[in-house]
Design a protein around this ligand. Sequence first.
Ligand code: GAL
Length: 633
Amino acid sequence: MKRTLGTCYYPEHWPEAQWAEDATRMAEVGLTWVRIGEFAWSRLEPTPGDLRFDWLDRATETLGAAGLKVVLGTPTATPPRWMLDKHPDMLAVDAEGRPRGFGSRRHYCFSHEGYLRESARITRLLAERYGANPHVAAWQTDNEYGCHDTVVSYSDAARVAFRAWCTARYGTIKALNDAWGNVFWSMDYNEFNQIDLPTLTVTEPNPAHALAFRRFSSDQVARFNAVQVEIIRELSDAPISHNYMGREVAFDHYDTGRQMEIATWDSYPMGFLEDRIEADAAHKRRYARQGDPDFQAFHHDLYRAVGQGRWWVMEQQPGPVNWAPYNPTPLPGMPRLWAWEAFAHGAEAVCYFRWRQAPFAQEQMHAGMLRPDSAPAQAFHEAAQVARELADLPEVEAGQAPVGLVFDYAAAWAWAVQPQGRGQDYFRLVFETYRALRKLGQSVDILPPDTDDLTGYRLVLAPGAVTLSDRFQAAMAAHDGPVILGPRTNAKTAEMHMPVPLPPAIPGLDVTVARVESLRPDMPVPLAGGGHLHLWREELEGAEEVILATAEDGQPVAMRAGHVTYLGGWLDEAALIRLLSAALQETGVKTVAMPEGLRQRQAGGIRFLINYGAEPVTFEGVTLPPAGVHWMR
Ligand code: GAL
């Protein structure tokens, strides 16, 4: 497959006289794609019903005439101010009951029926006008669902919709009371109309109630997206996508992913390093101009799964951003490296955000490919280099990785609803597992929790997957390669009860989690053979072989029966690497200790080496400069 580049452009921000020159320059740099439209509602419909699509016609025509392909975004992330006059109750409401007002973006509640109709209306108008436009080669729904914490809303609209959702899910109020365990503290309801949203309770709400609300909130996102997808699909043959985020778990991306052809995501490596990763100051300092060496790769693999193979980077950091706690400039070569890393993980396209830095409003301090005065900035030059290199690149295929790692959004909600201690976070656990695998040189596929076929995987892991699906359990039983479960895997039922027989309750595995504890950060437990348990510990009972134990008293930490291992604790990196390298070597997968900052990915027949380090590194006879990328057959 031919890999391509693109950018994000806002014709409505610039004088029309500038568009043609911009388009020509984009094409000259070697860009294929240009995404437009996703925030333009107030200029498409300045007052209700007054449609002004003529400028978008001309913008699309100008870009298309330069040979560019347009990704057209629906503008529903930014309803114009008049929309609030029409629908005063359309805003999302925060957990304290305050409306989240106008003046930035994403100011709507997914449950508001009136706004849903408005979003369907504008989507239909766009799809009717551009559905068959030869330059519109892909669509984007809305923009970054969940950004600025906008999935969960405690509005009246959400309350009404949640009651209907509960009625549909549980059927009778008795079934709901039983499912949630409402006998506890006399929380029983007499009818669905008494159910409130789980906020402003005296102490914590019932975790089953809170989990149901998370599930509902996720379903509302999928419902909102499906409405746009159906309309576009009816009127256009172009593929449909949505641009997801880094470390956003408030809705189940596999659900929306199944609705569309392509998953895309917005990759801001340096912003993420500063505000989205648990790491010490030394790590953040070391990678301050590069971003974390595993965070982007994790999301590339995650969104490859969400897109069922087809995925892009829709927004690639071009230079300093404006929104992280610190916003340094990238090391020379990083905008190029980030693009290459995405291609190495199978991205079809990488689009730099944005074409020209806007000298006004919230993001005026956010770099673009061009400076505000239209002079080329860092990403302009580096994108041109990537375009030249892509012309010579042999075909890259993502290929199946030897390792499969389950990522389950519902598990993230269950951990959040009942953490049982500070710092307990599902994403962090899975990401640390991913990082350890990468430090051993592994390429990884992320697997959805309902994966029903593990064929081809040499090692499968499902850490922290709170409720294992029947499909996955059947796949596991049919699979003959090693599977590592735990900690907290299969620890709760889907309704947030502790199951009896006690977890993990895997047929054929005589292991029982007898007791659990969360640990203060200063309470690590040393393990025999090196490394520590920290944060979370389980007491394991059972007759199976002990493969990891505590140093002091030899208590089992990991036990195994045949190909299934259960890990009863949160391992630090040293212990995790020990466990994983043993499991990999046993199944015949070669492991390598990757030097600091260097990572590799096997993409079909091509092996990529990527140096996130600020120093040159030599590995297997190849020397990579800082921000270096190297590929070989
Ligand atoms: C993304 C968003 C863009 C822009 C960008 C800035 O989250 O989709 O519209 O705000 O961040 O880094």
